[in-house]
Design a protein around this ligand. Structure first.
Ligand code: APR
Ligand code: PHB
Length: 390
């Protein structure tokens, strides 16, 4: 079997790249280790930067997003029992974010790929990369008992943090940078109206909390929990009791609880692997970097990686120029590190760090007070939250 681009992973990064390549007439095959149903069942992020919305529109998959996405002009910070609105639109000269679940983005991309009839191999086992430092790379895998081999010109490693692609690069050819946070997020999805019209990021001495949403009828909540916490330890009632204790009274009083339709714990880490290329293998999305979800950047960084990688591949295959591929890693990393900084900063601002000393606790309080009292500080948060330019 042969193709121009072998895409490893059918998450948002792999699917979006496949959609853009297909529309440009560049042959591609997706190899995914899980089932389509499993990929579509994942509950992940929910805030899209305008750059990602524009890219999904360019890919021809923004129809439902434009009908159902919720455009938000602002976001709220809560601490000391008070709400502070950050007017994103006013502070950024008109930029906004769109609330639309990653699950929906994935669904729209899967549906579009099926409509194009492009090849995807789901439930691929023992995926392995070969000859990635030559001009004839290959991907081997198994579907059931049947061995498959895919010859290609380029491999796009879109297989996430635990994937095989980054691990296929020789250790002396890649450098990792990592910070693991001493806590996780316990998330709950519920078919009840959101606690407020906009997202609320709450700092509290008991821990961080986030009130988000998927639609006017479906809400997404998170509370900070210790690193080794088990989801079984949390009944729905215990979750909502703790959530309410971390929110301003006016919000806690009107928040509508209900039975969880999904409940899970995600660890928090910052991670970057450099460079994002080895020979004919190019990493994109979570395969190359992870951010704590506080800044809502994970999905949006996957989108900007795919913007750069698609442009580079189109230049390579259609204009016969290697310039884009040569500069891909440096160009993507320039934006990634700034989003890593913002996500790390926002995580440090809003979470409870038990190991911090009293001075550091005061620094956190001063940062919050400065942020809500200074238009310049609020503008800095706003321009990062809506997304720095591609
Ligand atoms: N072979 C093939 N596919 C693999 C392999 C492998 N060895 N390992 C992992 N995969 C698949 C996973 O099953 C998953 O479907 O690669 C896909 C990677 O998708 P994501 O983890 O969603 O990563 P990405 O597409 O970069 O999207 C980043 O997803 O996890 C969130 O928070 C993250 O919002 C961010 C977004
Ligand atoms: C979500 O809705 O899942 C969400 C929103 C904002 C974040 C993280 C997650 O920062």
């Amino acid at each position: 079997m042969r193709t121009q681009v072998a895409i490893i992973g059918a998450g948002p990064a792999g699917l979006l790249l496949g959609q853009l390549l297909s529309r440009a007439g560049i042959d591609n095959v997706i190899v995914e280790q899980r089932s389509r149903e499993h990929v579509l069942s994942r509950i992940r992020a929910g805030v899209l930067e305008q750059g990602m919305v524009d890219l999904l529109r360019e890919a021809g998959v923004a129809g439902r997003l434009e009908r159902e996405g919720l455009v938000h002009d602002g976001v709220c910070l809560a601490f000391a029992d008070a709400l502070h609105r950050i007017d994103l639109k006013a502070l950024t000269g008109g930029k906004t974010v769109t609330v639309y679940g990653q699950t929906e983005v994935t669904h729209d991309l899967v549906e579009a790929r099926q409509a194009l009839g492009r090849p995807s191999f789901y439930e691929a086992q023992d995926v392995a990369l070969h000859a990635i430092d030559t001009d004839r790379p290959r991907v081997s895998f198994r579907i059931g008992e049947e061995a498959q081999e895919l010859q290609c010109d380029v491999i796009a490693g879109c297989d996430g943090y635990h994937g095989v692609c980054r691990r296929s690069i020789p250790e002396n050819a890649i450098t990792s940078f990592e910070r693991v946070y001493p806590f996780g997020w316990l998330g709950l999805l519920v078919d009840r109206p959101p606690a407020a019209p906009e997202l609320i990021y709450a700092h509290h001495e008991r821990g961080f909390a986030l009130c988000s949403m998927r639609s006017p009828e479906r809400s997404r909540y998170y509370i900070q929990v210790p690193q080794n916490e088990r989801v079984e330890a949390w009944s729905d009632e215990a979750f909502f009791l703790e959530l309410r204790r971390r929110l301003p009274v006016e919000i806690a009083a009107t928040l509508v609880a209900g039975p969880a339709i999904e409940k899970s714990i995600a660890p928090l880490r910052s991670f970057v692997a450099e460079p994002m290329r080895f020979g004919r293998l190019f990493l994109a999305g979570d395969a190359a970097h992870i951010v704590p979800p506080t800044g809502a950047k994970g999905l949006n960084l996957a989108a900007s990686d795919i913007r750069y990688l698609f442009d580079a591949l189109r230049e390579h295959f259609l204009d016969h120029s290697a310039a884009g591929l040569e500069s891909y890693s440096a160009r993507a990393l320039a934006r990634i590190w700034k989003a890593e900084r913002f996500s790390w900063w926002m995580t440090g601002l809003l979470h409870r760090f038990p190991e911090r000393n009293p001075f550091e606790q005061r620094m956190q309080q001063a940062e919050l007070d400065y942020l809500v009292g200074s238009p310049a500080a609020a503008a800095a948060l706003a321009e990062n939250y809506v997304g720095l330019p591609y």
